[in-house]
Design a protein around this ligand. Structure first.
Ligand code: SF4
Length: 58
């Protein structure tokens, strides 16, 4: 499972890089759904680009 923790600073990078997965409606950003295997690369890129290390797996 993936989620966004309270380190999110609301920069919007994740929703720009993977709009099917992340949306900005306040802070923290929201994960719309868990990534499918086909979306995993896009998800990983967005996760890697998060400046606050706020997208986590648990
Ligand atoms: S990229 Fe990270 S810090 Fe920026 S909005 Fe998304 S979760 Fe928050």
């Amino acid at each position: 499972m993936a989620g966004i923790n309270d380190k999110c600073i609301g920069c919007g990078t994740c929703s720009l890089m993977a709009p099917e997965l992340f949306k900005m409606e306040g802070i923290p950003a929201q994960l719309i759904k868990q990534p499918t295997p086909e979306e995993k690369e896009q998800y990983d890129l967005a996760r890697g680009a998060c400046p606050a290390d706020a997208i986590e797996e648990f």
